[in-house]
Design a protein around this ligand. Structure first.
Ligand code: VG1
Ligand code: CO
Length: 487
């Protein structure tokens, strides 16, 4: 193909690809109304094939640019295929949409969100009738159907939304109350109330507005809220509750004497935690602390799950309580499955996603924030204090994650670069090396350290994760990983 043709057809031929969590694209480049129609038609065809279409589909969106318009477009396509839609009223968190699938006994959900990605992105998360993110066999089918339509020309069916509403095939749904009731069944609200916690919350202009703040208000907390208006530009940052993005919240917590700073990402499935002294606490530690709390204090029984990239502190806590650990590939869909099968008490990912036994099989940032508040209220200690106690019983673990701005295709080079395990890495003896399902490489080092390098499935980045038993060793490992990726 000549350069000119490449230019001419480049945009049209760019393929639809579902990554770690849904299909994401730059708005107006890949994420266009036309492509949304095509992907929705592909989902409709897939649901008809699997006989799930008769149950209807929940359609939702977060606070991203044109979210509601994309959702209405999806409803028009679903109606064109004779499929009933339950359309959310206003931006709605991903875990709330998961609960709506179960409440309505729907065949699945289409949720317009690009989660933690920068504001120029939008995305589409497709969930299954069991409430969790669709598994790869389903998204692969949808991808094939959508790409066929892209290549051969489109053939979607579409009916105007007004008609859908008039003939009852589109029902607008209100989710707040039902979701809040579900939370109250899982969280010890009276302990939070009794402790009289002072909470600062950063809603990052996203779908958590009206959910996280309201939950703490109903638990009787004094709450200060930041960024509680919808902004599709997210104040110019990605709505990711990372240490960097929560610097303002940390400052508010410290200067205002708050017990905790809490945050959720753009679609409120991830959480962020700031301790009373203004220190950001890595999600890894939160998941391990909550596992310990749920077993030791709440008496829950069952296994624990973590992704391949998540701290082995979880394994140490599990060993202490004599419970099983399930390791999954990166992506909450795998942990969601374990929740659905009632195999685990808690499952989490280092990227700040978790859910618990009996709750939705989807990560829930709102639930995570409330659980952290409950733990602090019941234990009467700061997160830092609880972590020191935990280290005393299971030893110290320090972990880190870094994003390296190299295109994901560089991952191919990584596995070419490291076909065989080296004998030494960062000066430590290599005990073992494993290739993950997504092509990532995990290297286990002497002394209990490890590192993982993998291409992100949501952003054009390589992710480097490391863990050691001391800060010095961790820094050595991370530097060697960085040098290996960029070298
Ligand atoms: C990232 C995280 C992963 C998470 C996924 C979706 O994937 O690492 O743990 O499940 O995002 O999160 P990746 O492939 O980019 O590393 V969300 O809050 O964007 O739905
Ligand atoms: Co998210």
């Amino acid at each position: 193909m000549s350069k000119f043709e490449n230019l001419l057809f480049g945009g049209i031929l760019s393929k639809i690809k579902f990554g770690t969590s849904g299909w994401r694209g730059i708005i107006a480049e890949d994420f266009t109304f036309e492509n949304v129609r095509i992907v929705t038609q592909a989902i409709a065809d897939y649901l008809k094939d699997t006989k799930e279409s008769e149950k209807g589909v929940v359609v939702g969106y977060d606070s991203r640019f044109l979210g509601e318009r994309f959702a209405r477009e999806a409803v028009s396509i679903l109606l064109g295929n004779g499929i009933k839609s339950y359309l959310t009223k206003g931006p709605t968190p991903t875990p709330v949409i998961s609960l709506e699938i179960l409440r309505r006994k729907a065949g699945g959900a289409i949720n317009f969100t690009a989660s933690h990605n920068p504001p120029e992105y939008n995305g589409l998360k497709f969930s299954s009738s069991w409430g969790g993110p669709a598994l790869p066999q389903a998204t692969r089918e949808v991808e094939i159907l959508a790409n066929k339509m892209l290549e051969k020309g489109t053939a979607y069916c579409r009916v105007p939304l007004e008609e859908a509403i008039d003939n009852g095939l589109c029902e607008e749904i209100e989710s707040h109350e039902f979701y809040m009731q579900a939370l109250e069944e899982k969280i010890d609200m009276s302990s939070i109330r009794k402790a009289g916690l002072k909470i600062a919350a950063d809603l990052l202009y996203g779908a958590g507005i009206g959910y996280l703040d309201k939950a703490f208000e109903s638990a009787g907390c004094e709450i200060k809220v930041l960024h509680n208006r919808y902004d599709p530009w997210f104040g110019g940052k990605a709505p990711d509750p990372s240490e960097k993005n929560l610097a303002e919240l940390a400052q508010v917590v410290k200067s205002g004497g708050y017990n905790l700073g809490l945050a959720v990402d753009g679609d409120a499935d991830r959480f962020g935690v700031i301790d009373a002294d203004g220190r950001y606490i890595e999600p890894n530690y939160i998941i391990a602390l909550l596992l310990d709390y749920l077993v030791r204090v709440k008496g829950l029984r069952g296994g624990a799950a973590r992704s391949i990239a998540t701290t082995h502190l979880i394994d140490a806590v599990a060993e202490k309580h004599n419970i099983n650990v399930y390791e999954t590939p990166v992506g909450f869909k795998y942990i969601g499955e374990l929740i659905k099968e009632d195999k685990i008490i808690i499952g989490g990912e280092e990227s700040a996603g978790l859910s618990i036994k009996g709750h939705v099989p989807e990560k829930d940032g709102i639930l995570a924030c409330l659980l952290v508040a409950e733990m602090v209220a019941v234990e009467g200690k700061t997160i830092g204090g609880l972590l020191e106690d935990l280290y005393k019983s299971v030893g110290r673990f320090v972990s880190a994650r870094e994003n390296i701005e190299i295109d994901v295709s560089a991952m191919g080079n990584l596995s070419v670069k490291m076909k065989e395990p080296p004998t030494l890495f960062a000066g430590f003896a290599v005990n073992n090396m494993r290739t993950a399902e997504d092509g990532g490489i995990k290297i286990f080092l002497a002394g209990g350290s490890w590192l993982l390098m993998r291409g992100s499935g949501t952003e054009p980045l390589v992710r480097l994760y490391g863990e050691a038993r001391s800060k010095e060793n961790l820094e050595r490992i991370m530097k060697a990983g960085r040098d290996f990726i960029t070298g």
